[in-house]
Design a protein around this ligand. Sequence first.
Ligand code: PHE
Length: 441
Amino acid sequence: MATKVLQFSRVRSSAWRPLLRRHTSTAAPTPSEIPVLGTVYPADAYTNITPTIAAKLTRRLHAQDGHPIATLRGLIESHFPDYAHLSSLSPIVTPHQNFDSLSFPADHPGRAKTDSYYINKDYMLRTHTSAHEVDVFTSGSERWLLTADVYRRDEIDASHYPVFHQTEGAKIFQTDAASLEAVEEDSRRLERELAQSNIVIEDVPHLSSTNPAQSVHNPRHSEIAAKNLKLSLNSLMYTLFGGVAGATKEDPLRVRWIEAFFPFTSPSYEVEVFFRGKWLEILGCGVVAQPTLDRSNVVNKMGWAFGLGLERIAMVLYSIPDIRLFWSEDERFLSQFSQGKINTFKPYSKYPASYRDVSLWLPSDGLHDNDVYDLVRDVAGDLVEDVAIIDRFTHPKTERQSMTVRTNFRSMDRSLVKDEVNELQAQVQSRLKEQFRVEIR
Ligand code: PHE
C-alpha cells in the first residue's frame, strides 16, 4: 500500500502550508500537493480524495472496448443517432460547475466534503454528469449525450461503489410555432412506435402544483417539452429492457413515472422499470431550468435533460451480482463480454468471505461514517465486499461515543488467507488511530 501513498507528494515548498493540520493536529503529515491526472494541485482543508479514488480516474470503463459499461453506452448512443456523443470530459470540475451553475443552494448537503470528493476547495470530482450541462449548452450543442465516470462518497456494499457512470442527455429547441410543431411531430412519431410495443407506462401529469412549469415558461410549452421527454425516454427504456425482459403482450415491460425534484429542472421526474420482480430506479430528468440556459448564453430556447446511472442497468441486463466486478481486470470477467453484445454473466466460483470487527471510541469532534468507509477502501481496495457500522453507543457517564465497524473481506478472484486479512485489518486499525485519533476499545 505504501506505493499508493506516493501518489500524494510530500511537502516540498515552504511557501505553502497545509491548512488541514489545523483540524487534525495529531494526524499523519498532510501532503501539501496532490498530482491528479498530470496536474499538481495544492492541498487544503477540503482535500479528501484518496489514492484509491485517484487511481480510478484513468480507468474510463465507458471507453474500454467490450466492457459492459461501454456496450451500454453504445446502445444508448445508437438510440439517439443524431445527437452529439461526448465521452472524454475530465472528471475534475469546479464546485461552480458541479453545483452553482445548476442553481444548487449554498447549503445543499451534496456540497459537504463528507459527501463529495474534493481535490481542494477549488476543484472536485464531478458527482454527476449534469456538471457539464452549461459547458455543453455553451458550445452550441442542441442535442447531446455525455457519458462519464462520476464520484460520490458513500457506503460500501454490492450495489454502492464510490465511482460509477452516468449518461446525461439533453435536447433544446426554439419556442416559435414551427419549432414547437416539429417537437410535437417527433412526439407523435414516438407515440405511434410505442403503441406497437409491449410496454405499459404508469404516468403522472406533466405538470402539477407540486411539480410546476417554471414561471418564465408558457405552461403549454412546458407540457410539450415534458411530453417529448417522456416519450423519448420510454422509447429508450424499451430499447434497453424490451428485448432482454422478453416483453410480450401477456408480460409487457412496465415503466413508471414519479414526480421528483432537482434544483436544475422543473417539472422533474424519476423513472423506474419493473424488472425481475422489482422496481428499479433508473434515471432523473426534467425540463431544463431556464437559468442553466441563460448561463450558457442560449436565448429563446427551452428543452429537457436526463441523467441515467449505467451500473444499475448493466447489473440487471448482464446479471452481474456485485458492482465491484465492473472494476475487475480478471480475464474470467472481461473475456465473457464483447462490444455491442448483451449476455448473461456466469459467476466464477465465489471465494469465502471473512469479516473483522473493530470497536472504537470516536474523537470528541466526531467522525463521519464516510471517512471510515474511505479509509477501509483505501487500505483494502476491492478486497472489501462491504463495510457496516454494526453498533453505536454513547457512554452514559463520559458521553464518549463508540462504534463498531464490521468489514467483510472477500476477493472476487481468489481465496484470501487469514494472515492477509489480519494484516489488512491491522492497517485499518492503525490508520484509524493515526488519521482520526480514535481509540481502539
Ligand atoms: N444529475 C441528476 C442525478 O445525478 C440526474 C438528472 C439529470 C436530473 C438531468 C435531471 C436532469 O441524480
